[in-house]
Structures are given as structure tokens and as C-alpha cells.
Ligand binder design. Structure first.
Ligand SMILES: NC(=O)C1=CN([C@@H]2O[C@H](COP(=O)(O)OP(=O)(O)OC[C@H]3O[C@@H](n4cnc5c(N)ncnc54)[C@H](OP(=O)(O)O)[C@@H]3O)[C@@H](O)[C@H]2O)C=CC1
Ligand SMILES: N[C@@H](CC=O)C(=O)O
Ligand code: NA
Length: 433
């Protein structure tokens, strides 16, 4: 048994710096947990001369990834550099050299998680990725360990801090989308190019990772239907507020009759839903299990120290397994064949905002169209618009299938009384599950 564990870091930015600090500052606690010292010995960076807020010898920094990956003394590689194809090769090479891997890289795990887990298992190595979803929240461990005995039926995630920050500022402070996005960028939540945040791709990557684990099926990124928040308007938020709703970018993963649907979309949540009060950059994942019922995991989804906490906890799991001689034993292959729901098997309530001609019979035409598609109304608001002779109608439907909504949205264009369909958002959360 080794009397100390050596760690190689790929990356020393926001997260990598936090990892070094936690390993150094919590060393006594680490030794107590794993039974031996844990030390960062080599670190890959892009610029060795950059000033860094961390206590490491300059000689431990390198520009060559294979100085770290090929170092025979290093037991565990912690990947916090980002990137996809090159980084994947580094991690496969590390696993093939029997080094355990811990990563925060959601882009990589969403696309190649199954392949990396397989390589880990073939090499009797661990591959842990808690920090890749909801930075500091132990949701991967929550699903893999805490709820391992249950059958997960539904996940709802606020898993992107940038969009949650923007929607909170728009909803609570009346801030514009552009100003709120700029503030999220200045505070460091947003990706370098925030398109992946606001268009829902970052959340979709995280939901693919969660759904794969929760349902033990090989759910891929392309299985997640994605829409973002860049077209959400002040009018939408105002009408939602009047009806008792708060808007959030929600990731869904739902399983019924062994068929799964996954999506990310702006959603109106009933104000009394537990997720409606998750504000600013905070993340939360709501999990509904057949046996446990409703649970919710809440906390910081990003940031140096929260994300590093997850990384170092993964490191503790790896070192504990090393000392017990049980690395690579976690079940990695999905248990079930992937079965996705078709449009007629997906049901939800929707908020629809329309501009119509304010004339006799307009409403009855709408009612006829909706009922011919088996969609019934739960709530209706009608308000005159500035433009003479036009009105704004907001409808919240009862649950109907996506097939019926698609047909209705096709046919509504042909109604002479309808000027435009301004918006269409999912509604959730009145009642459990
Ligand atoms: N920041 C956060 O809150 C969270 C981040 N993550 C994930 O963690 C990972 C790291 O994020 P973060 O710390 O914010 O990123 P940063 O940009 O702050 O840090 C990246 C680090 O990797 C080094 N690096 C990048 N590319 C190369 C390369 N080709 N060769 C050598 N060194 C390289 C950089 O070197 P140098 O310092 O010399 O520039 C830097 O130290 C990403 O996968 C991200 O998605 C996950 C959850 C939250
Ligand atoms: N840009 C991401 C950072 C963490 O993953 C976010 O806003 O959540
Ligand atoms: Na996490």
C-alpha cells in the first residue's frame, strides 16, 4: 500500500486553483479520511509565467501534458482544463496507463462519458465527474449512491447559473436581458462565449449526464430537445407573474412505461413549486423517486471553491478505493436499452400568448381549434393592445400531448383572426410530481 498519493493536475485556472487550495488547506482532514497524505506534484498550464494565487513551486508547472500523464509516480489525474477532443485523448491515455481520473468537464462527459467510463473499467481505474453537473452540489453522488435503491421517475434541474441569474434579475428587478447577461459575465458565471448558456446547450449537456445516470440508459446529448431563454420577453414574464408563475430554464428528464424524454426549455413554474424560489446563480435538482417521493438538491452550481469541493471529494473516493483495492468496480455500462418517448407520449401544460383581432367570434374560433386538437383551457387572460382592434390573449392549457400541440400550432397560422403566436412555454408544478 502506498504511503502517499500523488496527483497530477491538467489546468490551474478557476477550478484548478481551488483544488490545490482545498488539498493544501484541508490536508489534515484528508489524511484522516484516506489514511495517507495527498499531494499535487505536477500541473499542466498554458503559461508558466502567469501570476497565480496558489502556493505551488514553479518547477511543478509544465506546458507538456505528457509530463503529467506519463509520470510514473502520479496515481490520479485531475482534469480541470476544459476542451473536448484533445482532452479526451489525454484522459484515455491516462486511463490506459492505469491512472484514475477525476474531471469537471461537462462538455466532454456529456459527449464521451460512456466511452471514458468503459476505458476506466477496462483498466480497473476510477472515473469520477461530480463537478461536471451543478458544480458544488453532490447530485451525481446523490443519484449514484443516495438514491441507488430507488427507481427515478423524474428529474427537473436548474443547472445553468447564468440563465437563472438573468431570469431572476429580469423577474425581480425588471432588469433588461442584455444588462443581466453582462452582469452574469462580469461576475464570472457565464462561459467565455455565453451562447451555450443562454441557448440551453450547457444545461442540455448536464441533463444528458444526469438522465444517463438516473435511468441507466445511454442517453446522448442529441436526445435532449433544447430551447434557450434569448427570446423570453418582459411581456411573457409580466403575464406569467399575473397568473402566479415564475420563469426558469428547466431541464427535464422523465421516465414512464420505461420510455424516457429529456429536454431543456424556459418554463413557467407555479410560485409554490420548490424550484420557483431558486434564485440568482444558484442551481437545484429536483428528483422524484418511486419510493422516496420528492427530493431536492440545492447549492452553488459553479465557482472556484464549490466546484473544487466536488473534485476533492471525488479524489477522496478514488484514494479510498485505492487503499481498499477496489478501483474500477462501479457499474458503468447502462443497464437498459434506450427507449425514447414519441410526441404522442409526451404530455405537458403550456402557456400560449397570442395577438388576435378583437372581434366577435374570434374566441369561439380559437376554442374550436383547440378542442379539435383535444387541448382544453385551464386559465385565460384577455387584454386590449395599443394597436386598435387587436387584443392579447394568454391561455394556459390542461395537459395535452406534444403531437396535439404541434398540430394546433400548424393550424393556428391559418386562422384569419390570429395575427401572431407570440410565445409558447411549458408550465409545471401545480401538484406533486
Ligand atoms: N469555473 C466553474 O465554476 C466551473 C467549471 N467547470 C469546468 O471545469 C473546467 C475548468 O474550468 P475553469 O477552471 O473555469 O477554466 P479556466 O479557463 O479558469 O482554467 C483553465 C486552465 O487550464 C489551462 N489550460 C487550458 N487549455 C490548456 C491547454 N491546451 N494546454 C495547457 N493548459 C491549458 C489554463 O492554463 P493557464 O492558466 O496557463 O491559462 C488554465 O490554467 C472546464 O471544463 C469547465 O467547464 C465545471 C463547473 C464549474
Ligand atoms: N456557465 C455555467 C458555469 C457552470 O457550469 C453556468 O452558468 O452554470
Ligand atoms: Na455536482
Amino acid at each position: 500500500m502506498k504511503d502517499n498519493v500523488k496527483v497530477g493536475l491538467l489546468g490551474l485556472g478557476t477550478v484548478g486553483t481551488g483544488v490545490v487550495k482545498i488539498i493544501q488547506n484541508h490536508q489534515e482532514q484528508l489524511v484522516h479520511r484516506v489514511g495517507c497524505p495527498v499531494e499535487v506534484t505536477k500541473v499542466l498550464v498554458k503559461n508558466v509565467d502567469k501570476k497565480r494565487d496558489v502556493n505551488l513551486l514553479k518547477e511543478s508547472l509544465t506546458l507538456d501534458p505528457y509530463d503529467v500523464i506519463n509520470d510514473p509516480d502520479i496515481d490520479v489525474i485531475v482534469e480541470v482544463m476544459g476542451g473536448i477532443n484533445e482532452t479526451k485523448q489525454y484522459l484515455l491515455d491516462a486511463l490506459n496507463q492505469k491512472k484514475h481520473v477525476v474531471t469537471a468537464n461537462k462538455d466532454l462527459v456529456a459527449l464521451y462519458g460512456s466511452e471514458l467510463l468503459k476505458a476506466a473499467s477496462e483498466n480497473d481505474c476510477d472515473f469520477y465527474y461530480e463537478a461536471s453537473v451543478a458544480g458544488g452540489i453532490p447530485i451525481i453522488r446523490g443519484l449514484a449512491d443516495g438514491l441507488a435503491s430507488d427507481k427515478i421517475q423524474k428529474l427537473m434541474g436548474i443547472v445553468n447559473g447564468t440563465t437563472n441569474f438573468i431570469l431572476t434579475k429580469m423577474h425581480k428587478e425588471g432588469m433588461s436581458y442584455e444588462v443581466a447577461l453582462k452582469e452574469a459575465q462580469d461576475l464570472g458565471f457565464a462561459e467565455a462565449d455565453p451562447t451555450a448558456d443562454v441557448e440551453g446547450l450547457d444545461a442540455a449537456r448536464k441533463m444528458a449526464i444526469l438522465a444517463r445516470l438516473a435511468f441507466s440508459m445511454n442517453i446522448e446529448l442529441e436526445d435532449v430537445d433544447v430551447s434557450g431563454i434569448s427570446t423570453v420577453s418582459d411581456s411573457d414574464l409580466k403575464h406569467g407573474q399575473t397568473l402566479g408563475y415564475t420563469m426558469k430554464l428547466i431541464g427535464y428528464a422523465d421516465q414512464s412505461d420505461e420510455r424516457v424524454e429529456t429536454s431543456v426549455q424556459p418554463t413557467f413554474l407555479a410560485n409554490n413549486h420548490p424550484m420557483a424560489s431558486v434564485n440568482n446563480e444558484y442551481n437545484a435538482v429536483y428528483v422524484y423517486g418511486e419510493a422516496v417521493g420528492e427530493t431536492m438538491f440545492y447549492g452553488p452550481g459553479a465557482g472556484s471553491m464549490p466546484t473544487a469541493t466536488s473534485i476533492v471529494s471525488d479524489l477522496i473516493a478514488v484514494v479510498t478505493n485505492m487503499r481498499l483495492g477496489v478501483n474500477g468496480k462501479s457499474i458503468s455500462a447502462p443497464q437498459f436499452e434506450k427507449k425514447l418517448k414519441s410526441a404522442e407520449e409526451k404530455f405537458a401544460k403550456y402557456f400560449i400568448r397570442l395577438h388576435v383581432r378583437d372581434e366577435v367570434g374570434a374566441f369561439s374560433e380559437l376554442t374550436k381549434l383547440f378542442s379539435s386538437n383535444s387541448i382544453s383551457f385551464e386559465k385565460i387572460l384577455q387584454l386590449p393592445l395599443d394597436k386598435e382592434g387587436t387584443a392579447e390573449i394568454v391561455i394556459v392549457t390542461h395537459k395535452a400531448s406534444m403531437e396535439n400541440y404541434s398540430q394546433m400550432l400548424e393550424q393556428i397560422k391559418d386562422l384569419a383572426v390570429v395575427h401572431s403566436v407570440e410565445s409558447f412555454y411549458r408550465v409545471e408544478g401545480e401538484g406533486a410530481k
